[in-house]
Design a protein around this ligand. Structure first.
Ligand SMILES: Nc1ncnc2c1ncn2[C@@H]1O[C@H](COP(=O)(O)OP(=O)(O)OP(=O)(O)O)[C@@H](O)[C@H]1O
Length: 270
């Protein structure tokens, strides 16, 4: 399921211009990371895919079909959504949170629960946690449940809105690693919103850096952006000057050790 944004714009009713003339396409099974400062239109763009936001100009297509022509509720249920900070239903057990959409779309509760327990395992959780309520889980565990829930209807498209923004950096890295692994296995088409350029580089096959007004500063693979930042804004945003970005090798007893801009060793060149 490829996704295409074709010259889309969004002006909210109060006159706020969130996005202007945005075009971009992401092939099936790939991850598009939308990254930018606060208010640069990332969430607005992502929500156009499942019609939580309707563009004021242009079209969004999934597999060449204009989403505007698709029935809204069915469209939304067919797309996995991981909101900021999980969005789990607090009064429902974890297993039922995961089973919600399949039950709504006609799967029996029993079958949906069995599948939900398998999904918990897939995202690295002990299925025994399915009995708990969301508040009885850690923040990182809750985010894993949110990912499991988004996968429950076996969607081809997954939308992730700052999915790991609310957890501490170590848990965050864990969750990112797991998503990379999951994606290698499942091959969804993912649109990921983040303000963290390192997360965008780690998870995105294609990265779009946005400035205020949803204007594209640069689009490319992480390699392309790092190799040739389009301008000072991008250079600044990706932190080209940051010590951990300016790596060099030093020879230590015949081995090439990679050090960062502060001279700290970060690895060995093989
Ligand atoms: N419903 C709305 N009505 C009016 N303006 C809105 C609405 N939703 C978003 N905006 C405005 O549109 C612009 C883009 O918002 P959006 O949430 O898409 O940005 P973002 O890049 O996701 O930001 P953040 O990283 O802070 O979540 C902002 O100026 C925001 O205030």
């Amino acid at each position: 399921m490829g996704i295409e944004f074709r010259d889309v714009g969004k002006t909210y009713p109060d006159g706020t211009v969130a996005v202007t003339g945005f075009s971009c396409s992401i092939p099936s099974h790939r991850t598009l990371a939308l990254v930018g400062t606060s208010g640069s239109g990332k969430t607005t763009l992502m929500r156009m895919v499942n019609r939580m936001v309707e563009p004021t100009t242009g079209t969004v297509l999934i597999d060449d079909r204009d989403v505007h022509e698709l029935e809204k509720v069915a469209l939304r249920r067919s797309i996995g959504y991981v909101p900021q900070a999980g969005g789990l239903l607090p009064h429902r057990r974890v297993v039922d949170n995961v089973a919600t959409v399949p039950v709504l779309t006609g799967t029996t509760r029993r079958a949906a629960r069995t599948a939900a327990l398998q999904l918990l395992e897939l995202v690295g959780l002990d299925p025994a946690l399915g009995k708990r309520y969301p508040a009885q889980l850690s923040g990182g565990q809750q985010q894993r449940v949110a990912v499991a829930r988004a996968l429950a209807a076996d969607p081809n498209v997954l939308l992730m809105d700052e999915p790991f923004g609310a957890v501490d950096p170590i848990v965050r890295r864990d969750l990112q690693d797991q998503l990379v692994q999951l994606q290698a296995e499942l091959g969804k088409t993912i649109v990921l919103v983040t303000h963290d350029i390192d997360e965008a580089f780690k998870l995105g096959d294609q990265v779009v850096i946005l400035r205020t007004g949803g204007i594209v500063a640069q689009t490319g693979t992480p390699q392309e952006i790092l190799a040739a930042p389009a301008d000072d804004f991008v250079r600044d945003f990706v932190g080209i000057g940051r010590a951990e970005r300016s790596l060099q090798t030093v020879d230590v007893d015949g081995r090439n050790i990679v050090v960062d801009g502060s001279g700290r060793p970060v690895g060995v060149l093989t």
